[in-house]
Structures are given as structure tokens and as C-alpha cells.
Write a protein that binds this ligand. Sequence first.
Ligand SMILES: NC(=O)c1ccc[n+]([C@@H]2O[C@H](COP(=O)([O-])OP(=O)(O)OC[C@H]3O[C@@H](n4cnc5c(N)ncnc54)[C@H](OP(=O)(O)O)[C@@H]3O)[C@@H](O)[C@H]2O)c1
Length: 255
Amino acid sequence: MKILVTGSTGQLGSAVLHQLKDRKCSVIMTSRRKPLCGGDFDWIYSDMLSGQGLEEASKDVDVVIHTATSPMKKTKEIEVAGLSNFLSKLTHIKHFIYPSIVGIEDIPFKYYKYKYEAEELLKQSPIPYTIVRATQFHSFVDSLFLSKTLLKGYFIPGNIKFQTVDVGEFANHLINLTDKGPQGKTAEFAGPKIMTLREMADLKIGINNKPSRIYNFSLPGGLYKALLDGKNTNPMQNVGTVTFEDYLRKKVTER
Ligand SMILES: NC(=O)c1ccc[n+]([C@@H]2O[C@H](COP(=O)([O-])OP(=O)(O)OC[C@H]3O[C@@H](n4cnc5c(N)ncnc54)[C@H](OP(=O)(O)O)[C@@H]3O)[C@@H](O)[C@H]2O)c1
């Protein structure tokens, strides 16, 4: 089986590649920057915006794990139009695996709107697919909200909720799907525990042993409300086993 991993320099893409090193399969990776984590795998430059390199990257490929994404720049062009163009080059593919995000139809955020459109596009394409939604990664929430202190404190919307998941566990789940074959839209992959951002910050302060204040603020608007209501969580699908605490402790030991 030949697997193409797009987004090979990203959080999820590098976790997938790291684990594919132990598998007996042929792997090709693609992104605009050359990944450092790719070992002996071949890499091909490609751009989801222009389409450059996609045909070459997908030659003789059986399965695509599509982790390339652009939440901040040219999002619609890359998530939807770029995907449509990519799919048009993949008529020979046996399985297209698309990681998506829990709650995207209930959370008013542009990136999520385009992720939803991408899911719909894939459902209507003739290509056999699996769509698997996950909750936010531990590392994503940590770097977005808890990586910098200001005035020795965290300024955070502390009441919003997350059910973060380990990116390595999700990567492993995607790789296991390559053996299972196309599943259509499949069960969501959520982390072990729902926590408020404030609880996550408290945990980080305790584990790092660096006393910091937490300045909690609220925000107006639907996005904040949706995250307060936990629309980005799925307590029924708490299949991840690595907790946010495990993630933080591992980070400390790796320093
Ligand atoms: N982050 C989360 O918490 C989370 C949770 C659930 C699901 N997901 C989903 O998981 C997937 C991967 O997310 P991630 O957090 O790993 O993303 P990421 O770290 O931001 O990585 C994005 C990847 O896309 C590539 N990329 C960006 N623009 C590109 C372009 N124009 N052409 C080709 N490649 C491009 C980037 O590489 P170059 O810049 O080198 O091209 C990078 O390798 C996404 O579908 C996301 O929605 C993420």
C-alpha cells in the first residue's frame, strides 16, 4: 500500500509520519516546506492553493491522509476549492482520509464553515472516503492560549470548554483506518476529559511550578457562546486516553 500524507510539516502530519516509520508501507509526503521529521520518506513540494505538485505527489498512491490545512490564510481557496482541485486528480485513489473537527456545524467560525463545506464536497465526490472528526489537540490549545504569560499571568476566556486529545493518538487512529478501508463519515475521536480553559491553566501552573495569576475574561458573540456550551466536545466519544495532564507532564520531562 502506498500512502500519501499531505501537510507533512504540520502537527498532525508529522505525528502520522512519525508513526508510519514503523509500518511496512510505502509513504510519500507533501507540503510547501520540507519536513524535518520525514526520515527516509520521499517528499514532493506541493501547494494546495495553486495545485502545483499534487498530480506528481499522488501518482500510484492508494491512500491519502489529507492533513494539509490553512485556517488563517486563503482558507476557503485551500480548504474547499483546493480540495476540489485535488480530488479531481485522485480518481485512482482507493481511500481518502479527511480529519475534521467536532462540532463544526454548531460553532460560528469561518474555518469551521469551510471544513464543513469540504466534508460535503468529499461526500459528493466519487472517491471512497473516511471523514473522522476529532476534538482540539492538547498542543493546539496549549500553544494558542497558554504559551505566553503577560504580567506574570494568563489572560484567557477561562470558562470555555475543551475536550483536548493527544495528536499522536489521533494520528494512530488515522493510520489504523488505512487498514480498515473507507468508512464514510465515521465515529468522532474525542479526548478523555472535558475541562474549562481555566482548569487547564491551573493544571499547567501547578505542573510547571511557576506561580502565575489567571485573568479571566468573557467575550460577546456566538463563537464564545458555542465554546462555553461545549459544542466542540463529545462526551460520548471520549476514546482518547492521554490526558492534558499527561501531555503537560511529558513536556516537562522532555525539557
Ligand atoms: N489542531 C487541532 O487541534 C485539530 C483538531 C482536530 C482536527 N484537526 C484537523 O487536522 C488537520 C491538520 O491540522 P494541524 O493542526 O496539524 O495543522 P497545521 O499544524 O497547521 O499544519 C498544516 C499543514 O498544512 C500545510 N499547508 C498549509 N498551507 C498549504 C498549502 N497552501 N499547500 C500545501 N500545504 C499547505 C502546512 O505545511 P507548509 O506550510 O509547509 O505547506 C502544514 O504541514 C486539519 O484538517 C485540521 O482541521 C486539527
